[in-house]
Ligand binder design. Sequence first.
Ligand SMILES: Cc1cc2nc3c(=O)[nH]c(=O)nc-3n(C[C@H](O)[C@H](O)[C@H](O)COP(=O)(O)O)c2cc1C
Length: 461
Amino acid sequence: MKRAVILLLALCLCLAIAPPAAADAPGKTLVVWFSCTGTTQAVAETAADILGADTYEIVPIQPYTDADLAYYTGGRADQEQADPSARPAISGGVEDMAQYDTVLLGYPIWHGQAPRIISTFLESYDLSGKTILPFCTSHSSGIGSSADDLHALAPDAVWLDGTRFAAGASREEIAAWLDGSGIRAAGAVGVFDFEKRTVMLNSGYEMPILGLGTYSLSDEECYASVTALLQAGGRLIDTAYMYGNEAAVGRAVRDSGVPREEIFVITKLYPGAQYDQPEAAIQEALDKLDIGYIDMMLLHHPGENDVQAYKAMEQAVAEGKIHSLGLSNWYVEELEEFLPQVDIMPALVQNEIHPYYQENDVIPYIQGLGIVVQGWYPFGGRGYTADLLGNETISAIAADHGVSSAQVILRWDLQKGVVVIPGSSDPDHIRENLDLFGFALTDDEMGRINALDRGEKHDWY
Ligand SMILES: Cc1cc2nc3c(=O)[nH]c(=O)nc-3n(C[C@H](O)[C@H](O)[C@H](O)COP(=O)(O)O)c2cc1C
């Protein structure tokens, strides 16, 4: 396993993720960087995106030309690095530094040190009491003493250990670093943010906590349903090769006018030919969806060559074709066998979950690994929906809140930390299924629904 993944796994195990609650508002963070050729900037922007932090780029009044940057030529950069008192001037500044508790400070390594303009920056502000997390990029050098040598310029700041990234550092690597350095709020991975209606995945991407399942929807129904979802503000769509409607999902996404990056599409590879030739299967999904990248790809259920298929998905992550990975219909034993064989920790496990089949032993195990849980068949699945929605306890709770039984079940899922993707082709139901934030279930109501568990699984793989 990659070091970053082991680190993340260890961290998540230690945290033993608490039942989801609205995330605490952390202190404000500013990501600051200086970058001449974009390498440091890429890391900084990814870190800022993961943290939802503000950004500030250190821009020199006198830009560095290629000749200035040509090292070992005695040019401008070489000269500045040879002169510890050099302070290249900065254009503009941070508007209100006082509002930030934490500053990430990124720079390229120049002759083993931070560029002197970083010294200019540090001397321009009162950074006392702020936490500073340095990071650098370089051709091959480590961070060395470059960060420690900056401490004297902001002696009253709390300096965390810095780290070095190579060009092209992955989002997963950056997320693991932020977790490991404690910058990302402890437990943030997997914690549902009910304000933003998203959850932060261990891959460093945010995923909406509610959306639409497209199982059994024909192309036409699927296109109309995804369109209705996106118009109603929903942003999460679950499809699969097996559903035969990836192309319709992609078309609806493209036609929606909603910015691509706001939408989160999950699809799945199916055992058999797809696990045997996963590269071709991944390409097929990319082609059918035709939405640039795939937000998340799952293995539909355990099967021959599933590890091989997952490894191909890992490669697609490295190539930027897929952002996050996950598994569907994997339970405790299956996970114990599977996880040691792969490098990227799954970000999500999607299983059958409803009040009659609650997986109360499985969910905490998965969440404890820092993996988000998503439920399929939230209303019990075909042939069982009427029974479940008509359940006395659920109906009574629904009546008390003036909502539908479906909304009660979905809200129960969210309060358990389970992402919901109810399937529907009815625009009214699709809108109703998104309307889950005007009420909350009490502990007593949660307990009454928890008591309905019958261990009654309605579909098998
Ligand atoms: C003047 C100068 C000196 C450099 N010195 C080193 C060095 O000592 N070790 C190293 O690995 N890379 C060195 N590099 C390469 C940069 O650290 C590396 O390309 C960095 O990722 C560039 O970041 P940027 O694209 O954000 O500007 C140097 C680059 C310049 C311009």
